[in-house]
Structure formats: structure tokens, C-alpha cells
Ligand binder design. Structure first.
Ligand SMILES: [Zn+2]
Length: 85
């Protein structure tokens, strides 16, 4: 079971998307990790919970990161990439 950083509900990991962060200078770029293979700290998210997670600054907490987050790649993936697969 994994806990969604947006709504805090626990579900089997197959229901959730793993998200990892690539730090570029002071900016943390959130990227989807659909195969859950990236090393390092990850956060788990329902596809529909990105907004909620951002509102709660849940990624900063889950990933232990204080800086600004860039979510374009993740938002793009959630809006269409996941359906195209
Ligand atoms: Zn959720």
C-alpha cells in the first residue's frame, strides 16, 4: 500500500503514480516515474490529485525539498500521457 500525497488515502501502488524530483539548480522538477524505477525519494499520487498535492505543498514535505517546484512535465503527463500509453 502507498499513500497519495494529495488526498492521503492509501491504495495499492498500482492505483498510484510514483513521482520523483530532479533538482536543477534551485528548482525541483517533478517528473512521472510510471515504472517506479527511478532511484531516490519518491512521492505517490493519484492522477487526479496533483492540484490538491500542490495546494498542500505535499511534494515539498514528501521529498524533503524547500525550493520551488516545476510541475509542467508531470501535469502534461497526467493530462494526456497516461491515456496515450
Ligand atoms: Zn489521491
Amino acid at each position: 500500500m502507498r499513500t497519495c500525497v494529495g488526498c492521503r488515502r492509501s491504495q495499492p501502488r498500482s492505483h498510484l503514480l510514483r513521482v520523483v524530483m530532479q533538482v536543477v539548480q534551485d528548482l525541483g522538477r517533478l517528473v512521472p516515474d510510471p515504472l517506479a524505477r527511478e532511484k531516490g525519494r519518491g512521492a505517490w499520487l493519484h492522477h487526479e490529485c496533483l492540484e490538491e498535492a500542490m495546494r498542500r505543498k505535499a511534494f515539498n514535505r514528501a521529498l524533503k525539498f524547500d525550493g520551488s517546484l516545476e510541475i509542467e512535465a508531470l501535469a502534461e503527463y497526467l493530462s494526456n500521457g497516461s491515456e496515450r500509453r
